[in-house]
Design a protein around this ligand. Structure first.
Ligand SMILES: Nc1ncnc2c1ncn2[C@@H]1O[C@H](COP(=O)(O)OP(=O)(O)O)[C@@H](O)[C@H]1O
Ligand SMILES: [Mg+2]
Length: 589
């Protein structure tokens, strides 16, 4: 079936969205106006066709055996020219609208992408990547398609409907009456059917969504499924979901397919009535054959857009709903601009203090209750504590991904809230647990943060991160291309790559947030040693699970319940026999 699978998704604010969409089309208003004019000409030409056909038939019929062939040929040729010109114009119109829709789509994508770069970190914590991606790709596609096809269709429909009515009425009032009775019947029938099929289509697309989700889940968990010998159960569940989807499909189609034939039934009924009435009028000499045939052709022309109207309205609403989702994203609160008089941090020494910091992601749920810490410049500070205690949150605050609710954080005595975000962030090199590599060579991935990095520098960083020997074993060495998901190297190797990247990035401070969790203990310790060497005079924050690897830190901050509960060196903390002692002992039991 050719029907585009559009489930009616109404925008919440139809008018507002429409107005905004028109503003988006603003730069193209002259083009669109031109297209409207062309469309008018094209449709008037094609509307003239039936009239000419009628004239040709009248000429043929009038001759009573002696046909004036020249006249007939004249009308027929004129008709051909009209239809040809109309089609040609239609082609040009489509071409222009495709270009317009391409431009609008591209511009929208650019706006959305620019916006994404300006949104605060919190937005991405709250929204699923899949949802954001579908706005950039699917939603904007729906909008472009609507601009490319529906706009022209609407213009065409209006001209055709109005033109046909005018022509039909001018040809014969009684015949027009027939059309005016049957058309409302057809319209109410489709409206009624739509109402019944809509929920079925919605259900169908929901059950398809469920099925997609299930398949996705299966693909991502394939190894686990095999390991737990869960194949049969998964298969059984899929069978059920598949059955539901198939039923929903059949149910929707069962209703959907009746619409077409019923509509042609109604149209044909109307045609028969026109034929009947036309014959009566003809016998009374009230109308000639040519006019009857013109009328029939006009009534067919008229029926086309009427039958399609529900479809177009549907698509229009879907496009507006998509536009609304895109606009919602464009309206998201951006990361607040830096204060007018914000200072640029420069020449950072690396003394970091937190002073009675209180913070929670959501109001009413405080994560950090009262955090105070001091990390001296050039020292290695380790943050330890149970999972979920707020270690990463502290890093988020240090980097100013979030601002504290109260209290303050200072770098070299400067409150970072009074500094530009950019300068605060570039004071740190950071490696996270979720390593990020991009599609490019190993060299490019390591050199990411440093412009014009030389091969020597990259190799030095790779050696410090203990990844150099592995890279040399690859057939293309540093020129090996890593795929986007990093599928061709292991998790641990990816982590080492990102550590090498951070070491090369010339920042006065370094943060490793469980960045070595996929690396063996010995390598982890080696890396920290190399890091101290490389980062001499620079402040390092290390969050590590394996306490054995941070024994040599200058300062260990022990967190629990959102606060630093103990701090000191390894020896001091062990002697204290407190919380850290408990954690440490537990790892060696
Ligand atoms: N973006 C977020 N929005 C809301 N809550 C969050 C967010 N990130 C983390 N949390 C919550 O904050 C707490 C501390 O998390 P986190 O700092 O990641 O812990 P850790 O790194 O110590 O394991 C957890 O309870 C977690 O659920
Ligand atoms: Mg964490």
């Amino acid at each position: 079936m050719a029907r585009r699978d559009t489930v009616m998704r109404k925008p919440k604010d139809t008018r507002g969205t429409l107005r905004r969409m028109l503003r988006f089309l603003g730069p193209f208003r002259w083009v669109i106006l031109g297209v409207a004019c062309l469309s008018l000409v094209s449709n008037v030409l094609s509307l003239w066709g039936p009239n000419l056909a009628g004239s040709a038939i009248r000429e043929a019929a009038a001759g009573k055996g002696l046909v004036n062939f020249e006249r007939v040929a004249y009308y027929a040729t004129l008709m051909l020219v009209c239809y040809l010109a109309s089609s040609l114009l239609g082609f040009v119109i489509s071409l222009i609208m495709t270009v317009v829709s391409k431009r609008v789509g591209r511009q929208m994508r650019q706006s959305v992408f620019d916006k994404l770069m300006k949104l605060p970190v919190g937005y991405f914590d709250r929204h699923q990547a899949g949802d954001i991606i579908s706005r950039v790709s699917y939603d904007i596609d729906v909008i472009s398609t609507c601009i490319a096809t529906d706009v022209v269709q609407i213009l065409t429909s209006v001209v055709t409907v109005v033109g046909s009515v005018v022509m039909m009425v001018s040809i014969s009032l009684p015949l027009s009456a027939v059309v005016l009775v049957t058309v409302p019947v057809a319209i109410s029938y489709t409206a009624w059917m739509r109402k019944r099929t809509q929920p079925r289509y919605a259900k169908r697309s929901r059950s398809y969504g469920d099925m997609n989700g299930f398949v996705e889940e299966m693909l991502s968990g394939q190894k686990t499924i095999l390991a737990y010998a869960y194949e049969d159960k998964v298969d059984e569940r899929f069978d059920k979901i598949n059955q539901t989807a198939a039923d929903a499909y059949a149910d929707a189609e069962h209703y959907g397919v009746t619409i077409g034939p019923t509509m042609s039934g109604i149209n044909n009924l109307s045609l028969s009535l026109i034929g009947l009435l036309g014959a009566v009028l003809f016998m009374n000499g009230a109308i000639d054959l040519g006019r009857i045939s013109s009328f029939v052709l006009y009534s067919r022309k008229f029926a086309g857009p009427i039958n399609a109207i529900a479809e177009i309205v549907n698509e229009l609403f879907s496009a507006l709903a998509a536009a609304e989702r895109v606009f919602t994203l464009l309206d998201e609160q951006e990361e607040a601009a830096d204060a007018e008089n914000a200072v640029e941090l420069s020449d950072v020494q690396g003394r970091v203090e937190a002073d009675h910091v209180v913070f929670g992601y959501d109001p009413g749920r405080t994560i950090i209750h009262d955090l105070s810490l001091t990390a001296e410049a050039g020292r290695l500070t380790a943050i330890v504590g149970p999972t979920g205690v707020g270690k990463t949150t502290v890093i988020n605050l240090l980097m100013r991904f979030y601002d504290p609710d109260s209290g303050c954080i200072r770098i070299d005595g400067q409150d970072i809230r009074e500094a530009t975000r950019r300068s605060v962030r570039s004071a740190y090199a950071m490696v996270l647990q979720d390593t990020w590599v991009f599609n490019g060579t190993i060299f490019d991935n390591i050199a990411y943060g440093k412009e014009n990095a030389t091969m020597e520098e990259v190799v030095a960083a790779a050696k410090a991160a203990h990844i150099h020997p592995f890279i040399m074993r690859l057939p293309q060495g540093y020129q090996t291309v890593i795929s986007e998901d990093g599928g061709n190297i292991s998790k641990g190797q990816k982590q080492l790559l990102t550590i090498a990247r951070a070491m090369l990035y010339n920042a006065p401070m370094l943060i490793l947030d469980e960045a070595t969790s996929n690396v063996d203990t010995a390598t982890e310790r080696e890396i920290q040693r190399a890091m101290r060497e490389l980062m001499k005079g620079r402040t390092c924050f290390v969050i590590a699970h394996r306490l054995s690897t941070i024994e040599n830190a200058d300062l260990i901050l022990v967190m629990n319940g959102g606060d630093v509960v103990e701090q000191g060196t390894h020896a001091e903390l062990m002697e204290k026999k407190g919380f850290y002692y408990g954690l440490y002992s537990a790892q060696f039991e």
